[in-house]
Design a protein around this ligand. Structure first.
Ligand code: PRX
Length: 638
């Protein structure tokens, strides 16, 4: 079977085959990659206890597939273009040979500093080429990378470094985003104040801003590089297929963010396979994903997927509206981008800036447009299709998660039927089911249910780092034998999926996931705050906005509430980062709780959405009068 499917009929038959003979199906796909030791066993273990293993007796290093393999046929082809924040400064481009050499050199530098296979390395970096280089260098030497999005606060960074027990942090003095410069090294210093595990910090100088360097711990990137022989080879560590490749922290409905673990074997296979099929890239194509490598989209579809396929990938340092809202389209024109992949929130924001910004550019090179991170509303879908794609590019609305490692439900380039706001059909090998809350399978089309995946796939989450129970409880125990996504979905009469959104206490703000519990625990740190409850509401640009209901020791007066709201917001910025700043803070005297003390979020969600009547059965509420009080204040706030 070829890695890349070429027609919708071939899709249908591949899907059938994967159902009847999954082992043979996945073995054929996996054999498109280079193994250090071939596998005999395709899959073992069970979904029930998350003991699934893929290609378990094989050995593979993802970088030999992403880099070395490409040297043979396309060493001089551009692997990575880097487009800087400022359109007037110079970018950088790396051929496969150059990228291989630089990754090798940095891998050697890390090895020389004592980083060993299995050690965790946290990356807290702006979107500069060194981030991709560091990711690949970690994988090369078998270190486990854990990229933390550079918008997270010192506290959030510290929690992740602690949880991963990282021995190294790689960062930059600062990052540039639009007109702003963001100090990063200072945040790392703050995060490491109490830390015991980190031995070294490598610092890339990105701007001319000075930063503090602790000479016993911190090393400049360029000095680390200079300490090695530039052309010395860097042997790819021998990796068992099930050895950890990376940990990526993501929010859940309860407690602290969890470290989602992915492995070399299964992830390589699925990242390469899904990229090849969804984007239908051909030799010579230039693919651009505008995400940040701090999220899973950047891992799989900026770095690994495109390189596994021998493609040319673009990394962009800046933001869509700098220096003006035409920037994305300027980049598409400049590099003659063939596949463009972005998030609905960016599409909506740019749509609001006016068509003239997109109409100015020649976008005739575009062939496939992608969407990811949240449901795309029909209006944004049509604008993207017509204004950006000139009605000739299919839109692949890709549904997936940090935990799935790669795209699960999506069109495949122009092969699949399209329907606005529908992710469509699953990739071959992926078998979604909808269930009711009792776990009964919903067989009929046209109904809504909880989205589960009925069969294992190579890049499924292996564990939540350091807490396997949590992994089981979240994903595998709710519906035994299935992976539970946390999303609600609907299947239309033709079996196409439309993913509606989270059914748990996770909010999706501009395509970024936050647990309500996480935001509440930050809010509750505010002096004078007793309790809070956070819900999402529909937001024109961000998809969902954050509405926080906050109870204070003493109900703040009108003038006090401004200060209090600022303080509460400050705590969220401190605990998580600006990206999780509540859009609305509403002070309340009480929350709608049941007699057993459970907050009825359903009511709070309804109020935040501006719907103020008919709250259904409120007879179980301890004090139904709090609802009137909340509605009253919400009417004034919204
Ligand atoms: O609710 C779904 C939404 O994003 C969640 C996963 O978030 P995260 O792990 O941060 O990964 C985002 C990028 C893969 C999902 O549970 N989501 C993602 N893509 C879509 C989506 N919802 C609807 N349609 C999509 N295409």
């Amino acid at each position: 079977m070829p890695l890349q499917i070429e027609s919708f009929e071939a899709y249908r038959s591949a899907q059938k085959k994967s159902k009847h003979n999954p082992e043979q199906f996945w073995a054929e796909i996996a054999n498109h990659f280079d193994w250090q030791r071939p596998f005999k066993e395709v899959h073992s273990g069970k979904m029930e206890d998350a003991s699934t293993r893929w290609f378990g007796d094989g050995q593979i290093n993802i970088t030999e597939n992403a880099l070395d393999r490409n040297l043979r046929e396309r060493g001089d082809q551009i692997a990575l273009h880097w487009e800087p924040n400022d359109p007037n400064s110079e970018g950088q481009s790396f051929t496969y040979s150059e990228l291989h050499r630089t990754v090798s050199q940095f891998g050697n530098a890390m090895r020389a500093m004592g980083v060993k296979k299995g050690e965790r390395v946290v990356l807290y970096m702006p979107m500069v080429p060194e981030l991709a280089i560091a990711v690949l260098a970690c994988a090369r030497i078998g270190a486990v990378h854990s990229v933390v999005f550079a918008g997270f606060s010192a506290q959030a960074l510290s929690d992740r470094i602690e949880d991963a027990q990282a021995s190294m942090v790689i960062t930059a003095n600062a990052g540039r985003r639009g007109a702003k410069t963001i100090p990063l090294k200072a945040t790392v210093d703050e995060a490491l104040k109490e830390n015991q595990s980190v031995q070294n910090v490598i610092v890339k100088s990105v701007t001319s801003d000075p930063c503090f360097m602790d000479t016993s711990r911190d090393v400049w990137w360029k000095d680390a590089m200079l300490s090695t022989e530039p052309l010395a080879p860097c042997s790819a560590e021998i990796m068992d297929a099930e050895d950890m490749l990376f940990i990526l922290y993501t929010s859940g409905s309860t407690g602290k963010p969890k470290g989602v673990v992915h492995t070399h074997g299964g992830y390589t296979v699925y990242a390469g396979y899904s990229f090849a099929n969804v984007f239908q890239c051909q030799p010579g194509d230039v693919y651009w994903c505008s995400a940040d490598i701090g999220w899973i989209t950047g891992h799989t579809y900026i770095v690994y997927g495109p390189l596994l396929q021998g493609g040319t990938t673009i990394m962009f340092e800046g933001i869509p509206t700098f220096p003006d809202p035409g920037r994305y389209w300027a980049i598409c024109e400049k590099y003659k981008v063939t596949q463009f992949y972005t998030a609905p929130t960016a599409i909506r924001a740019l749509m609001a800036c006016g068509d003239e910004h997109v109409e100015r550019y020649d976008l005739s090179s575009l062939r496939v447009l992608g969407s990811v991170g949240e449901p795309i509303n029909e209006e944004a879908w049509h604008w993207y299709h017509e204004k950006v794609g000139h009605s000739k590019c299919p839109i692949v609305d890709t549904w997936w998660q940090t935990e799935t490692g790669g795209i699960m439900i999506s069109g495949l380039g122009n092969l699949s039927p399209q329907k606005p706001a529908h992710a469509g059909y699953p990739l071959p090998g992926i078998h979604p089911v909808l269930v009711d809350p009792e776990g009964n399978t919903i067989k009929d089309n046209g109904k809504e249910g909880l989205l589960c995946i009925a069969a294992p796939w190579p890049s499924m989450i292996r564990t939540t780092y350091g807490d396997h129970e949590r992994c089981l409880n979240t994903y595998f125990r709710p519906f035994p034998g299935r992976y539970f996504t946390g999303d609600g979905a609907k299947r239309d009469e033709n079996g196409m999926y439309r993913v509606i959104g989270r059914v748990d206490d996770v909010i999706n703000v501009s395509g970024h996931r936050f647990g309500t519990a996480e935001i509440e625990s930050a809010l509750n740190q505010t002096p004078g705050v007793i309790e809070s409850a956070v819900v999402g509401y529909e937001h024109e640009i961000k998809g969902q906005g954050i509405h926080a209901y906050v109870i204070c020791e003493q109900f703040p007066s009108e003038s006090e509430s401004i200060e209090m709201a600022k303080a509460a917001e400050g705590q969220v910025i401190l605990g998580i980062g600006k990206i999780a700043r509540p859009d609305r803070i509403q002070f309340v005297a009480g929350l709608p709780k049941t007699r057993s003390g459970k907050i009825m979020r359903r009511i709070l969600r309804k109020i935040a959405s501006g719907d103020f009547d008919q709250f259904g059965d409120t007879s179980t509420l301890l004090d139904p009068s709090v609802v009137d009080e909340i509605v009253d204040k919400a009417k004034r706030l919204i």
